[in-house]
Design a protein. Structure first.
Length: 117
């Protein structure tokens, strides 16, 4: 991980492969980093990852701001599908981190997912 790193990967949305390129636009180890979409399914994607000491370990926080393409159709997609999919992705990541590290993870705050205005 480093500032300016480009990461190319493929995601699958409803079974369809989509290319995505992110850049690490901010990097402050061990406290935080930001990835931003350069190419992918969103009109705008800004994801802040924060790490801070907590009583029994590390508190991991995420702040995502994003916009979908297609104006009103994108807002409808957010309401009926995208919000739910993003929540599932973060739930999966929380479970995976717990399994990988052999720890218990718990949510401190209810996830809030809303498109950027």
């Amino acid at each position: 991980m480093r500032l300016g790193l480009h990461i190319d990967y493929t995601i699958h949305w409803n079974g369809l492969p989509m290319g995505w390129t992110s850049i690490i636009s901010a990097y402050d180890p061990p406290h935080s980093f930001v990835d931003e979409q350069v190419r992918g399914p969103y009109s705008y994607w800004h994801h802040y990852h924060g790490f801070e000491p907590h009583d029994n370990g590390t508190l991991i926080s995420d702040r995502v701001r994003y916009s979908l393409p297609l104006g009103p159709l994108g807002r409808i997609a957010h309401t009926i599908m995208v919000r739910r999919q993003l929540l599932r992705i973060f739930e999966y990541r929380q479970k995976s981190i717990a399994e990988l590290l052999g720890v218990t993870c718990e949510s401190v705050d209810e996830p809030r997912i809303a498109p950027a205005r």
